[in-house]
Design a protein around this ligand. Sequence first.
Ligand code: SF4
Length: 251
Amino acid sequence: MRVAHTPPAPSQAPTRSYDRVPPMTTKPAAQTPPKEAHVLAIPENDSWEQLERDLADCQGCKLATLGRSSIVIGAGNRHASICLVGEGPGFEEDRQGKPFVGASGQKLDQIMRAIGWQRDELYICNVIKCRPPQNRDPQLDEMTVCAHFLKRQLALLKPTIILALGRFAGNFFWGTMATPKTMNQMRQKILSYHSAKVICTYHPSALLRNETLRRPVWEDVRALHNLHSQLKGEALKYNKMSLIYPEVSDA
Ligand code: SF4
């Protein structure tokens, strides 16, 4: 879904906050969600084709006018039971019109291969579909409007399990985009999103810049694999109690 805007000179310098892993005790300031948050319903008889039509040249938030080259809808297997959700397109994703194709995408592939999953078994998308200028963090008004499309994607896909990558995706599933939780508060728990189970972990870009996150991410993806096996009634590949996360009922 390419659009005709000519982007300003792009910068690859990442400035998103996952590059600056915050102190775990710091709670980000609450923001007020825009009124659009609850007014958009999922259309009856929705389809992937309808979703693509509705997203083509979307003007739903200010990111439509801030230099995007592409609307990055998602990629992968539309019959997958496993869905990975990041936060938004970066430089390379915006250029190619596909999610997770830059350095963070390579890291993600590496992580998935480590637990035996290939891209063609997965569906991958983001909370927002357009790149914020200079890779800044997505803002609440942008996420609130664009999350409507993510909800439609997930309703069409009907995944069994979801891996939320990074704080912004995590807070979407926790329902706390306006009063965001830290990753430390969201990790090592299983929550429900409709019929899917969700685990949150750090964004691969954070991992590229902070080697100390390798261990928690590795734990989380092994717990995700275990969860998938459990739901399919299969034997656990990683048979360790710490890799069987508890479910939360009040997320
Ligand atoms: S970020 Fe989402 S809501 Fe905003 S213009 Fe892009 S597709 Fe539309």
